[in-house]
Write a protein that binds this ligand. Sequence first.
Ligand code: SF4
Ligand code: MSK
Length: 670
Amino acid sequence: MPKSKRTPEEFSIDPAAQEMLIRAAEIGVGTAFSRAEEMTPCNIGAAGMCCKICGMGPCRLTKEGQTGVCGATIDTIQARNLSRAIAAGAAAHSDHGRDMAFTLKAVANGEAEGYQIRDVAKLHAVAARYEIPLEGRTTEEIANELADLYIAQFGQQRGEILITKNAPARRLALWQDLKVVPRGVDREVVEALHRTHIGDDQDPEHILRHAMRTALADGWGGSMIATDISDILFGTPAPLVGRTNLGVLKEDMVNVVVHGHEPTLSEMIVAASLDPEIQEYARAAGAQGINLSGICCTANEILMRQGIPAAGNFLHQELAILTGAVEAMVVDVQCIMQALVALAENFHTKIITTSPKVRITGATHMEFDEHRAYSIAKEILRAAIDNYKNRGKTQIPNVQERLVPGFSHEYIRYMLGGTYRASFRPLNDAIMSGRIRGVAAIVGCNNPRSQQDYLHIHVARELLKQDVLLVETGCGAIASAKQGLMLGQAGLDQVGPGLREICETIGIPPVLHMGSCVDNTRILTVLTEMVAEGGLGDDIDDVPAVGIAPEWMSEKALSIAAYCAASGAYVIFGGSSPVSGMPDRVADSELVLKYLSEGWEELFGGKLEFVSDPDEMVRRALEHIDKKRAALGLPAYQAEKFGRSGDTQMLELEKLPFTEKRAALYGAVE
Ligand code: SF4
Ligand code: MSK
């Protein structure tokens, strides 16, 4: 393996990652970090200037006015490439939602071993949204009807998918005007692929209009279904104390890491790990028990519901194996690196694939079936325990941090007003007064082409200083958690004065963990509730809010960006743009890039821009928030007006002599 040009510190800001990267170099094994360094991206493909849709190509358009063999222009090619990526992302999220709907159906019919409906209140709330009768019916009858309704959204051919009814009325009317309300989830994905086949839709703006419809079928379709059903089956998240980073792995226990996205199997593994029979089996193997942890969004799912520690985000998947302490990494779907299998050959770790959709050559396959989920979960855990005896030399970084995850939109509502006055009013009021300047959602992946976590954390810290409340999901959330930004203390010493007052008063961290990447729909719901509460406009594009994915890498991220922009949000992506063109060499290669910004803004009020410099991301985010504040007639942000309440005053009083302190608190004594 060639010697790396970058140091471990340049690869990641996380000390646990740095330690494991040193270990990788000592052992002589590669990781995504070193492979990214060795693999120079193709500059033509990276700029979206290559088409390989048909056998007359691939066509690389690198000269002014050049077209593909079929005559396709650079704009058409870029629009097609982006549209296909959005369709793939929407398909991944939505297929996850479909599987959740089938699981709900199986549970309702009593056919899913080990599962139950844990959140009946959420089942009722969701069913009521779609006018499913509740009176005099059993939980199973209601769940059955909701499952059928949700399953039907995927295959529906005409009309509008019902989930879009949850959007603000003005937004839905706009989508209806623009004819982008999805007719059925699958239909839009299929049509995106059809339109981008050789010889079909060749007007870039027309292609991208349909890309928006496809993305909406994800955000206000498949993903929202996935989130709703996960909550119904496994419980709506509420804050609890969790831990994160590789230090959560344990030297004297059987370490099982679950990785991927769907909570169906991982929840069952959590339950099976508590089974006395399994605990005894682990002790008989010489371990103190089973230690479960997660990677990526599966981690987020079981962290925010069960408090199971998160071993790390996307770029930690290989690093966990490098500890030598993982008996089994159990994967389902999405974001699983093929490199895991080859890396695991250097250790004793078993890579266990479980989804009927995902197999990796060389991995052990133990197929999951929700009808006998608990038994399969126990078989997987037994296989991990049997592997404990094969463990060699280990090195677990002594690095971990606590966090408070679990801020579902239901909980945010509750925390702002309690049981009797649950409401978004206090949040809206805080924004209207300027205590909170605005809200930013920092979401998305890690990408080894940047320094792991750096962009997430730099942007987060700068926005917090500017009194911007942060909500986070996916790997971005784990990045913040690793840095302690999801603890109450961060609301006291890492934020501007106005946000500090809010964090103090409610007792929340300044960065709210809202779940996995399908749970970006929770953020759409929060924005919708803020609009409904009043004072921040009539639609999502009025709210002083931005979405940022500083280290994005997946097609799912592009789908999320598109549905957020279609919902009215300003979305900033870091890294490089897949449609950047090469304006310095090919002057006519900018249309699509401009269209995502100016064109989408004109149509939807939301837009997508690619910005590589984190300070520029912050500047644009704040500029947008301030522009929206001004449009609403809200006072301009003035940090100096706030910060004189609560702990700040108490801390200042503490410094005074006793008599002055008493006088300040209780008045002068005669
Ligand atoms: Fe080339 Fe046109 Fe075929 Fe694309 S569709 S590969 S531009 S010939
Ligand atoms: S896991 S899509 S790396 S957020 Fe959802 Fe993380 Fe991105 Fe995968």
